[in-house]
Design a binder for this molecule. Structure first.
Ligand SMILES: [Zn+2]
Length: 70
């Protein structure tokens, strides 16, 4: 299969931990929209960022289901 290989699956509601913390000190972001780009919201300061998939994959340390912490 030619084409893209995705390191991670991102689904709305997932929690993404980035390698580098946000300036607010938080590393966890919640996925709020997925498309050609991924929209995430900081769990600390609620700032929203839109990242292209290759960029977010490079920045991602782990992705987990939000269910884990309910
Ligand atoms: Zn933040």
């Amino acid at each position: 299969m030619a084409g893209k290989f995705f390191l991670y699956q991102y689904e709305v509601g997932d929690i993404v931990t980035f390698k580098k913390p946000h300036p607010c000190g938080n590393c966890d972001w919640r996925v709020i929209a997925v498309g050609g780009e991924i929209k995430v919201k900081c769990a600390g300061c609620e700032r929203i960022q839109v990242l292209k998939r290759d960029k977010i994959e490079k920045a991602t340390k782990s992705v987990r289901k939000a269910d884990d912490q309910e």
